[in-house]
Design a protein around this ligand. Structure first.
Ligand SMILES: Nc1ncnc2c1ncn2[C@@H]1O[C@H](COP(=O)(O)OP(=O)(O)O)[C@@H](O)[C@H]1O
Ligand SMILES: [Mg+2]
Length: 234
């Protein structure tokens, strides 16, 4: 392949995204594959400021869905141009904890903004920067809730009612049906280790270069692996 893969993780809060991002990072590191981990919203100084406003700032209460959509896209446009595209161009594999599918699902399906407008804004924000593979970790509401029992700062999305959760889950499944070549549904109810094994098998099948030192490694700079780990939310 001409460049290393751009991999994204999606799913409801508590489905295990950050856990799997971490496990995948370990595997890539072991094999000497240069990679970069980022997340949405956030991942850049501008994006992290937008994230605070979107998720935790008291001023966020009363935010309209339209404003929310535009802020996510603003964070995303910055991340794509400042971080993701330059990394891929240097031969570095990029892993993002959430990306534009989260907007399709949360702002489109769950907040009920016009889906075509959401898709247009997604396209404007990312340009040609489309993930090569997207893993959707699918768990039911009870499992996700149980996993979120440990102390953490609940963001605005996590305070939504159960119906919101179901809409999000359904929309993710529809996405898998719509784009089966890119989006892979993973049963997230199993152990983290089993899920990690399945993810890895899928990746190696699709991108044999991630299995070991290879064309990807040869394209990168000697200081790799590069890892920009999220400060929190893991
Ligand atoms: N497959 C799994 N089985 C059981 N617990 C898990 C699994 N994956 C993650 N967890 C735990 O569930 C919690 C939420 O996982 P996390 O990876 O932070 O989810 P997300 O990033 O999707 O919100 C964490 O405490 C994590 O250790
Ligand atoms: Mg997380």
């Amino acid at each position: 392949m001409s460049r290393p893969p751009f991999i994204t993780f999606e799913g409801t809060e508590g489905c295990g995204k950050s856990t799997q991002v971490q496990q995948l990072s370990v595997r890539l590191e072991e094999r000497g594959i240069p990679f970069l981990v980022t997340r949405e919203p956030g991942g850049t100084p501008i994006g992290e400021t937008i994230k605070e406003l979107l998720q935790f700032a008291p001023q966020g209460i009363g935010m309209t869905p339209e404003t929310e959509l535009l802020l996510f896209e603003a964070s995303r446009s910055q991340l794509v141009r400042q971080t993701i595209k330059p990394a891929l161009a240097r031969g570095i594999c990029v892993i993002s904890d959430r990306f534009f599918d989260s907007t399709t699902v949360y702002q489109g399906a769950a907040r009920k903004l016009d889906p075509q407008t959401v898709e247009r804004l997604n396209a404007f924000a990312v340009g040609d920067c489309i993930p090569d593979v997207t893993f959707v970790l699918d768990v039911d509401a009870d499992t996700a809730r149980a996993r979120m029992q440990k102390p953490r700062r609940p963001d605005r999305m996590e305070q939504e009612p159960a119906e919101f959760y179901e809409q999000v889950r359904r929309a993710y499944r529809q996405l898998v049906a719509r784009e089966p070549n890119r989006v892979v549904l993973i049963d997230g109810s199993r152990s983290a280790a089993d899920i990690g094994d399945e993810l890895w098998a899928t990746l190696v099948r699709r991108f044999p270069a991630v299995a070991g030192k290879s064309e990807i490694g040869n394209l990168s700079e000697p200081s790799a692996p590069t890892s920009q780990r999220p400060k929190s939310g893991m």
